[in-house]
Design a protein around this ligand. Structure first.
Ligand SMILES: [Zn+2]
Length: 249
């Protein structure tokens, strides 16, 4: 069984409407997604005070979608420092919240995010840093928690063992190779890439919904993957299948 994970990024009160519409579209393909939730202050209303958003999120979790912790405020809160900081700012364009921070700062942000989510009845087992950009301190902080997994662009990392497996992300952004292939309609080539029997991660963002080309490219890629026998599941299930038996409790 070849595994496919579709993640919906930046789920928050500020993106409530687009997140809801994206999920509806993905549900029309029978997909259970990982919802990457931003619990801190980001672009809009307070998380805990957003009643209708929270009801939707609870309903979605009850329907088998997964709530994943996606940072705290989804933006860099410290000044850009050094070469690493500049590189991060180039890659993350301001969302690189966990790229250049210490163990203590990362631990604090992770704890605050979990507290808000726990307070609303969600108990995430996974963490995805905005832009998948993480410092060594963030990795250490994550490994000191009871969270089970995190991800980079190319890997899933089991936090208990530190072991990683390769699972590449395609995010239908302008620089993405597979995205470009699908977007330009070269479906044969996309199919060839997908017959490699490798796990595939497809990341979609609220902003992509309004961009017809990006939205269609994402949906096309999902349909092609499903047509190739890929089985869609949230990261939580993917992690369990990959690491469940090997991890001591
Ligand atoms: Zn994000």
């Amino acid at each position: 069984m070849t595994r496919l994970v579709v993640s919906l990024h930046d789920v928050a009160p500020a993106t409530a409407e687009t997140s809801r519409r994206w999920l509806e579209l993905l549900e029309s393909r029978g997909i259970r997604c990982s919802l990457l939730v931003v619990p801190g202050p980001w672009q809009g209303p307070d998380f805990a005070a957003s009643g209708s958003f929270l009801s939707w999120l609870r309903r979605s979790a009850a329907n088998g979608h997964e709530v994943v912790l996606h940072g705290w405020a989804h933006r860099r809160e410290e000044p850009v420092r050094g070469l690493r900081g500049r590189a991060g700012s180039l890659l993350g364009r301001g969302c690189e919240e966990f790229w250049n921070i210490s163990y203590t700062t990362a631990a604090d942000k992770i704890a605050r995010g979990r507290e808000v989510l726990n307070g609303e009845g969600f108990d995430p087992v996974g963490f995805v840093a905005p832009g998948w950009l993480m410092s060594a301190g963030t990795m250490h902080a994550l490994r000191a928690t009871t969270l089970r997994y995190t991800l980079t662009h190319t890997r899933m990392i089991d936090l208990a063992s530190g072991h990683a497996i390769r699972a590449v992300t395609t995010s239908q952004r302008p620089n993405d190779r597979l995205g470009r292939v699908v977007a330009t309609g070269t479906i044969g080539l996309a199919s060839a890439i997908l017959t490699g029997s490798r796990p595939l991660r497809i990341a979609v963002h609220p902003d992509d919904l309004g961009e017809t080309r990006l939205r269609n490219a994402n949906m096309r890629l999902i349909d092609i993957a499903l047509g190739h026998g890929y089985s869609a599941m949230p990261y939580r299930d993917f992690h369990h299948l990959q690491f469940g038996e090997k991890v001591a409790s």
